[in-house]
Write a protein that binds this ligand. Structure first.
Ligand code: ASP
Length: 432
């Protein structure tokens, strides 16, 4: 019997981690960088390559199959409402955990000064991006939904929401035109969709190797040939790292667990088993956008979610529903304040809930985007953004875990919306 995909990926992940540690200890980081890591990049490129065409084709196919377009606005309103709600829960859980455990208080002032000076250069390198983020108005994410040029939008994976907008607009207009004129376009897009789904299948055959290379490459990139530096970093930031991971874990269990258990027909085991390949890939790639094709395949094939729901709810989630990122931004802000000896009162904490919600919506679903947008949250409560230097060292590992959380959240809300749609359809059928 062929081994299940998620087991194959887990084996890739574990052997990749072991190899990465072995390479770092034995001064083989250069070798890993030159000869192993490129296979990880190749794998991620393959996924990114099809993300945009997949979003477009599957969204248009999904909308075109809707008998009634008003269903779209109902589904849209419901989806966005639930997404916002889960993000507010995430930030609240993060704030409760970080205030209760106070990881920032355990950082001695000399360690804090040390960390800040060692990451000064890296922060300077990001200064331009940070300045840009600071200048964003609160409605900027809304303005960015509508592209000026669709080819430009297609050319950059971070602009996925713009393609979602165009595909919805295109799909709705398609449905509003008599069928005799659009038949060919519909079957063309449907065909395109089928081809891209096949491409996802083919790419996933190489997932275990891709994941092996990604993890080995990440470990050696972080550790260089000096694994001791990682260990010393972890000894000072280990508690903070654990607090973020604990918060993310609580959020997954409490919020997503309740959604799946109380509002869908799946058991927790079925749900988590169904989306395991997507979670593992999110963890390995740190990119919700690159993971999207696999998340779609998992919810549709393993959990039986209808394409018209998945095609709409998932790309939207990848761009606006970054619960893991929001939780992390809340915890990081309070942590930095604690480490710098600042007190954040209740008003400041409420401000964090609002700004982390907006910042996470504006965060692109790509690696390390969350820490850049963190600046918005820090600034809103008067914590100096240079404090980012304190947490930069462990950001990569937290990025992996928060991306897996982000993807899990999108999948949980997708099964929830699918269940609600099915209920509505059954009700409509029984009253007809
Ligand atoms: N890497 C995350 C994602 O793709 C975003 C972040 O940096 O928090 O979902």
């Amino acid at each position: 019997m062929k081994m299940k995909l998620h087991w194959q990926i887990i084996i890739g992940l574990v052997t990749g981690a072991l190899f990465g540690i072995f390479a770092a200890v034995n001064q083989l980081s250069g070798f890993t960088h030159d000869w192993i890591a490129p296979f990880g990049t190749l794998f991620v490129n393959l996924l990114k390559l099809i993300a945009m065409p997949l979003v477009f084709a599957s969204l248009v196919t999904g909308v075109a199959s809707l008998a009634d377009v008003s269903k779209l606005s109902r589904m849209g309103g419901r989806t966005i409402g639930i997404y916002l709600l889960t993000t507010v829960f995430a930030i609240t859980i993060g704030l409760v955990v970080v205030n209760a455990l106070q990881p920032g208080k355990s950082i001695p002032p000399e360690v804090s000064a040390d960390l800040q000076s060692s990451y000064v250069e890296e922060i300077e390198g990001r200064a331009a991006t940070i300045e840009k983020v600071k200048g964003r108005g609160p409605l900027q994410p809304l303005v960015e939904i509508v592209p000026q040029n669709i080819i430009a939008a297609f050319s950059e994976n971070t602009r996925m929401l713009q393609v979602v907008f165009f595909a919805l607009f295109f799909g709705v207009s398609l449905v509003l035109i008599p069928n005799e004129h659009t038949r060919h376009v519909k079957s063309l897009v449907q065909g395109l969709n089928d081809i891209i789904i096949k491409m996802v299948d083919l790419i996933m055959v190489t997932a275990p190797i891709g994941v092996f290379a990604l993890i080995a490459g990440t470990i050696t990139a972080v550790a260089g040939d000096n694994i001791e530096s990682v260990l010393s970093l972890l000894s000072s930031l280990g508690f903070y790292t654990l607090v973020v991971i604990f918060g993310l874990f609580l959020h997954v269990v409490l919020v997503y667990g309740s959604i799946v258990h109380f509002f869908t027909r799946f058991s927790l085991k079925e749900f988590f088993k169904g989306i395991a390949p997507a979670q593992l890939l999110a963890f390995s790639t740190s990119s919700s956008a690159a993971t999207l094709p696999v998340t779609m395949e998992c919810v549709e094939e393993n959990l039986g979610v209808k394409n018209e729901v998945a095609a709409f709810v998932l790309p939207l989630g990848a761009t606006i529903n970054l619960d893991g990122t929001a939780l992390y931004q809340g915890v990081a802000t309070v942590f930095i304040a604690q480490a710098l000896g600042m007190d954040l009162n209740l008003t400041a904490q409420l401000t964090i809930v609002l700004t982390a919600l907006l910042a996470s919506i504006g965060t692109a679903p790509v690696p390390a985007a969350g820490i850049v947008m963190l600046v918005i949250v820090l600034e809103s409560v008067g914590v100096p953004s240079s404090g980012i230097a304190l947490i930069l060292g462990v950001d990569r590992i937290l990025d992996m875990v928060r991306t897996a959380t982000n993807v899990t959240g999108d999948a949980a809300v997708t099964v929830l919306v699918d269940a609600a749609e099915q209920k509505a359809a059954a009700k409509a059928a029984s009253t007809a």
